[in-house]
Design a protein around this ligand. Sequence first.
Ligand SMILES: [Zn+2]
Length: 67
Amino acid sequence: MKVYYCRDAGFDCKVEIRGENKDEILRLAGLHSHEVHGLKPTGQIKQDMRRLIREEKPQSDEYKMNR
Ligand SMILES: [Zn+2]
């Protein structure tokens, strides 16, 4: 499972978008950012968003992955 936290993009926002498909997450994140934050998802912004998508592991592996 992959997850995108809107707050990682610098917004004061609790929205989390989960999915298995990065492109689908990216599409939803782009829509959300545009509709809620007025951010037009240009190519550069989408690239930045893509880097913010994290792997979400069911176990505690997450700890190691935190930068
Ligand atoms: Zn948001």
